[in-house]
Design a protein around this ligand. Structure first.
Ligand code: 9MR
Length: 360
């Protein structure tokens, strides 16, 4: 009799799980509801996501969005005299209609940046004064347009080097030295004094890089530069980070009086670090392309651990954003093999890892 009851209970539990998973999310709790008392849960989006099945999922699971590419300098400001607003506006309007917060990404970066910014009509580098003027004009135009609609900005992205140097070498450092960083924050603050301003970077749980980011942020704070938070990108994998390093990062950056957001979370099913530079070296490895039971288990454990840590530090953390919606499309696919880094599968159904993240 007892076995019967146990079997029946198990059956009922599994069918209700199936029901939840198969449902189109209308009446179900989403990630944002489970985490209501903790922090907003966001997702990186493309305009294409709104015209497909993803839009229901976005609205029901998340309460914050970040444009994956639409607000970067290249896409939004392709020529000095031309801004391209359509994609960014589509995202902001979708967010307003559906009462989602918006994180702006990103005002100053070494990548996806148009050449015209750095050069004059003869193709030579412009002076520091001209480059900073252009940066000011860009930041002022973009931030002012979305004032009151975008609550937080990734102002400077990935300025610290992965290797032994301090700052990443780029046109920005070549022409302005270190100055572009503080200027970018000042320009953004002047354009919208209410916006929460972030420095955003990856591999922030690797001690050598973390120390350099800490040094940069400490210096900015001491100078009174308006930087309010640090974005830890969280492009992780089944093997990184450890709980200990993750906690240390949160504690170190919080000690500077900065709020913490995990801005680009995904957990690659391949081991190794997922920072933009390091992942390229992994392309040579031959790995299977399917999502194996072993990957599923390892990924689920990593997701469980990191969310456990996030909840523990809820006082310090003001947002957690996933980088892409589901395994159907992820930027990591562009790295030579199919990846499965998110909480929703290719059919947009919650994966086992999802149920671990909301079980607390
Ligand atoms: O996901 C973005 C991808 O579509 C772009 O091709 C790529 C260009 O470099 O940028 C990706 O997003 C990056 C983000 O803006 C900053 N941190 C690293 C992200 C992944 O590369």
């Amino acid at each position: 009799m007892k076995t019967h009851i146990r079997k029946l209970t198990l059956f009922m539990a599994s069918t209700s799980l199936l029901f939840i998973a198969a449902n189109n999310y209308k009446d179900n709790k989403g990630l944002k509801d489970y985490y209501k008392k903790y922090f907003p849960i966001g997702v990186a989006v493309r305009p294409a996501d709104f015209s497909s099945g993803e839009s229901n999922l976005i609205i029901n699971e998340f309460n914050s969005v970040t444009p994956e590419n639409a607000m970067k300098m290249g896409p939004i400001h392709p020529r000095e005299d031309r801004y391209y607003w359509r994609d960014a506006d589509t995202i902001v309007n979708f967010a307003i209609r559906n009462k989602l917060k918006v994180r702006g990404h990103t005002l100053c970066w070494h990548a996806q940046t148009p050449n015209w910014l750095f050069t004059d009509s003869a193709g030579n580098n412009v002076s520091k004064e001209i480059l900073l003027q252009r940066l000011e004009s860009h930041i002022n135009t973009v931030v002012s347009r979305y004032k009151g609609k975008i609550y937080a900005w990734d102002v400077v992205n990935e300025a610290i080097a992965d290797g032994p140097e301090y700052l990443r070498k780029s046109k920005w450092t070549e022409i302005t030295g270190e100055e572009f960083i503080e200027k970018a924050f000042e320009y953004a603050h002047a354009a919208d004094p209410d916006a929460v301003l972030f420095y955003n970077d990856y591999n922030t749980e690797i001690p050598a890089k973390r120390d350099k980011i800490y040094k940069l942020l400490k210096g900015l704070k001491e100078k009174g530069i308006p930087v309010h938070g640090v974005g830890l990108q969280a492009h992780w994998s089944v093997s990184t980070p450890t709980r200990q390093e993750l906690e240390k990062s949160i504690e170190m950056f919080s000690s500077l009086g900065l709020q913490i957001q995990f801005t680009e979370l995904d957990i690659s099913v391949y081991s190794g670090r997922q920072g933009g530079q390091l992942i390229q070296g992994q392309q040579q490895q031959q790995q299977k392309a399917e999502f194996t039971a072993e990957m599923e288990q390892q990924q689920l454990e990593k997701y469980k651990m990191v969310f456990d840590v996030f909840r523990k530090y809820k006082k310090n953390i003001t947002g957690v954003t996933f980088w892409n919606v589901s395994d159907k499309y992820t930027w990591l696919d562009g790295r030579g093999r199919k990846n499965y880094p998110l909480l929703f599968d290719q059919e947009l159904k919650p994966k086992k890892a999802y149920w671990e993240v909301v079980k607390f």
